[in-house]
Design a protein around this ligand. Sequence first.
Ligand SMILES: [Zn+2]
Length: 178
Amino acid sequence: MSFWKKPTPAAKIPERVAPRPRVFVPESVLAKTEHLIASTHEHEEVVYWAGLEGPHGIVAVSALAPEADTTYGSFDTTAVSNAVAIQWAASRGLGIVAQLHCHPDHRVGHSRGDDLGALMPYENFLSIVVPHYGTSGMGDFQTSGVHRYEHGRFRRLTSDEVTATIVVVPTAASFRGP
Ligand SMILES: [Zn+2]
């Protein structure tokens, strides 16, 4: 007879799936981003969002245009130009929370170069590809390719996921009476 207690099976702990954060973008930041993305109309351009990540989501507060070598079909930043943008953000207590760039035509998939060239992606980092050199604006991001870094790779979000993820917030609102 054994006095050893029969081991109880380990309680089944449901695997916690952390919800993916929403990304809040003030209209003013979106407008500046659209301006910077579409500044040439004939070259790809790249913009970073500086912001904060908190328990309730990510907030973009500034649009940064790093110094970059751009052509009709590519952009290239350097470690130094990225460091300048990162330092600009860090000196204000911010981090780089997303990267955006434009493509010449309607294609907004992530190229291999886009994968390799993405600025130090980390879990939930967004890389947004804007079509037609940004000349049609970005609006609700439905014509853009919104790619999220998940488990070591970028995955393009579905239209519904884009709607659920990016929240464009008016820069101001007035509830004053007439
Ligand atoms: Zn690209």
